[in-house]
Design a protein. Sequence first.
Length: 293
Amino acid sequence: MAQTTMNNPPKEFNSARLRKKTGVFFQYLFAILLTAFFIFPLYWMLISSFKTTEELLLSKPTFWPKTFNFDSYPYIFNSFPMWRFIFNSFFMTVCTTSLQLIIGVMAAYAFSKGDFPGKDILFVLILGALMIPIQVTFIPTYIMVAHWGWINTYIGLILPEAVSAYFIFMLRQNFKAVDESYLDAGRVDGMGRIGIIVHVLVPMCKPAIVTVTVIALINGWNSYFWPKMVTTSNDYRTLSIALREISSAFAGLEIMNFNKIMAAAVISVIPVVFLFLLCQRYILTGFSKAAMK
């Protein structure tokens, strides 16, 4: 009788297993559709950069180039100072992110483990800075930068972005979750404040630090508003500003040359995509830990 029951499981069991398989199927289907929705613009941008101008102007769009045209990329580099734009973006992004990392780690340690008068009030002011967009503060910042003669300089690009309230907030929450016993063990070993930060807090909060660093890198690379305000020369313009200039250069022509514009866009997107793929494991871990806090 028992053998018969095992060979012929109850209908309720079969129904539950079918519902589970159906649910998993729809989860995968939804994930695939959502992924396709977000990836398709990148795919269309990439294949458009390899199409000819005539193919791009067809009334019926093609989802794969009839003939691959590789002339767009050399044209962009030969017609515009792309290497200069790339260097400016790279230099500004690395400098601003490094400053945000150093200042953010030090400030997060002070707000999470320090004890000084007005700590809570100062942290509330930092939280308030998260709610104020750059469009509100850029006028006094621009006046200050212009007064000091920092228009069309790397200092003018970098210094106003040297501190990130979001960076401080995220790291403060993670540092606060580290038990004091670890810090006491570091003090027993003769570590000072810097040693505790570098050898105890930073390794224990590595996913969160990598997450906010990657976000800072992406924001710096894609930054448009502030570089647009303080640069008027190609010697200091970043790649995001260059995309606008390249698009404007083709605006007066009979044919817009969208393949050239898409080629420039692909060049600007490649570092961000590569960075995300390289650090996605840390990003997911950092966000999950931040959510639990």
